[in-house]
Design a binder for this molecule. Structure first.
Ligand code: DGL
Length: 267
């Protein structure tokens, strides 16, 4: 039996992190919950997001999860602390905008952050800047609507492009040469963002770093019981429309998957 990891996000964005997790932990059994019935988190109150994060974590534990990944910057800002206090020894890996690597990478001395309003307004984000920005100027841009286009699986439309143009332009005008994709939905838009901003701008996110941190934690705290060569399973749930989620998550995961409805008591 491989280790069982529970992963959640406000919707389908966390699949961008799941790709990295699957690559680094081939034997782990992965249970993913998209809280698409409550998406977007970006304009909800911290208390609302905390309540959802608690419900989703409880569900994942009921399914046998031995570690949790909060594959959502907004939920990390609102709920990581509470989850860690509440669930004591449970390994909980959370994610934050990639300020540290972006600060190391910039040559212009200006880093742009694309994220949800919830993330940008959080105390946790302020603390992150305090810790890592140093002399680098950080310019931020909330991106209402961008999560919704990914939720619809709309990665190439004119509407998506217009939003990206509107949100990246002020950052580039201020001379940012490095853009942080500070929401797990945005890596799915990276090809379109690249097309809009051009080759000279670095795009950074934390999906790979979070997967590495998860592996480091579980290798110590949940030593593998896997048999070499055995591949782990993936199970998908949504609090939204299961049929729609099956279509979109198959597209974003890259193979056809069946998404099950989240049991009513966790919705
Ligand atoms: N994927 C999310 C994040 O990383 C949540 C976005 C939202 O639901 O607004 O921030």
């Amino acid at each position: 039996m491989g280790r069982t990891i529970g992963i959640f996000d406000s919707g389908v964005g966390g699949l961008s992190v799941l790709h990295h997790i699957r690559a680094i932990l081939p034997d782990a059994n992965l249970i993913y919950v998209a809280d698409s019935g409550h998406v977007p988190y970006g304009d909800k109150s911290p208390a609302y997001i905390e309540a959802r994060s608690l419900a989703l974590t409880r569900f994942l534990l009921s399914q046998g999860a031995e570690a949790i990944v909060i594959a959502c910057n907004t939920a990390t800002a609102a709920a990581a602390h509470t989850l860690r206090v509440k669930f004591g020894k449970l390994p909980i890996v959370a994610m934050e905008p990639a300020v540290k690597p972006a600060v190391a990478a910039t040559r212009s001395g200006v880093v742009g952050v694309l994220a949800t309003v919830g993330t940008l307004e959080s105390a946790r984000f302020a603390a992150l800047l305090e810790k890592y920005a140093g002399k680098v100027k950080i310019v931020t841009q909330g991106c209402p609507g961008l999560v919704d286009v990914v939720e619809r699986g709309d990665l190439h439309s004119t509407e998506a492009r217009r939003l990206i143009e509107r949100y990246t332009e002020p950052l580039l005008k201020q001379n940012a040469d490095t853009l942080i994709l500070g929401c797990t939905h945005y890596p799915f838009l990276a090809p379109l963002i690249r097309d809009v901003v051009g080759e000279g701008i670095a795009l950074v996110d934390t999906g790979a770093a979070v997967a590495r941190e998860l592996k480091r934690r579980v290798d110590v705290e949940l030593p593998s019981r896997a048999i070499a060569g055995v591949t782990g399973t993936e199970i998908f749930f949504t609090s939204g429309d299961a049929e729609q989620a099956t279509k979109i998550m198959s597209l974003l995961w890259g193979v056809a998957v069946e998404v099950k409805p989240l049991p009513q008591e966790f919705i």
